[in-house]
Design a protein around this ligand. Structure first.
Ligand SMILES: [Fe+2]
Ligand SMILES: [Fe+2]
Length: 173
């Protein structure tokens, strides 16, 4: 008979089976954000900023190029998204400066396609990535007791969630 996994609370080692280890790692992920310094948070925010710049450019291009009567409404919406990504870039840039960092001017990867549906899928992928990043960032701001930053990030997150819903509706998802 296989030995049951040992779970010692006083010893240094806790032995669990491989699948249980994987489960434990997964379960620990959301409730145990890794410790980070203010400098590391500034680096993360600069990566978010680069993605805001790429999103605003990507939306400008997609709004111009997207074709098809079924995409008329979303075409106008993409221009609105672009302006909102610009506002996010300004907000992040200000927050990085408030934290004592230097806002970067990098632009992350931009995704384009000749296919209108693929464009919207590219935009949705970017929004889902943004939602995941800002959820993580809000936890990190909270951890460092940067409550002004947390509030600014929450405002951005609300808009990214709206963007994702707009794209999901346009894609009939
Ligand atoms: Fe954004
Ligand atoms: Fe967005």
């Amino acid at each position: 008979m296989a030995k049951p996994a040992a779970k010692k609370t006083t010893g240094k080692t806790i032995r669990v089976s491989a699948p249980k280890r994987a489960q434990a790692a997964e379960a620990a992920e959301p409730s145990a954000p890794r410790k980070l310094t203010r400098a590391q948070l500034i680096d993360e925010l600069n990566r978010d900023l680069a993605k805001e710049y790429s999103a605003l450019i990507q939306y400008v291009q997609h709004a111009s190029v997207i074709t098809g009567p079924q995409y008329d409404a979303i075409s106008a919406e993409l221009t609105v998204h672009s302006n909102e990504e610009h506002q996010h870039a300004i907000a992040l840039s200000d927050q990085i400066d408030f934290l004592g960092g230097v806002p970067a001017v990098d632009v992350a990867d931009i995704h384009i396609s000749p296919n209108s549906k693929v464009m919207l899928e590219q935009d949705l992928e970017g929004e889902l990535d943004a939602i995941a990043r800002y959820r993580e960032r809000i936890g990190q701001a909270e951890m460092l007791q940067e409550y002004g930053l947390r509030r600014a990030l929450e405002d951005i997150l609300i808009i990214e969630e709206e963007h994702a819903r707009d794209l999901q509706n346009a894609l009939d998802l």
